[in-house]
Design a protein. Structure first.
Length: 87
């Protein structure tokens, strides 16, 4: 389960979610590695939360048919006000 409503905020969480997604899709580590053009050891490192090159991580995520989105974690006070406005 993703923390904070679908946001991954640590390498540990990323590793856990990557592995869960791989398994949910029915892929082996070897299949993901082959689809990404990586070694199986790199997939093992990703799933262990170890440091890998960003390029390798992006290739592995793409091999699962997924992408990374950068979002602003800061509170949007205008939007928050609209949510709680009684009028």
């Amino acid at each position: 389960m993703l923390p904070m409503g679908n946001f991954i905020l640590s390498f540990h969480d990323l590793a856990k979610e990557f592995k869960a997604e791989r398994k949910a899709l029915g892929f082996t580590q070897s299949q993901v590695a082959q689809n990404a053009g990586l070694r199986r050891e790199t997939i093992i490192q990703i799933e262990a939360g170890e440091n890998v090159q960003a390029y390798s991580l992006l290739k592995a995520i793409s091999a699962l048919g997924k992408a990374i989105e950068i979002v602003d974690r800061r509170i949007d006070y205008d939007h928050l006000k609209e949510m709680f406005d009684d009028s």
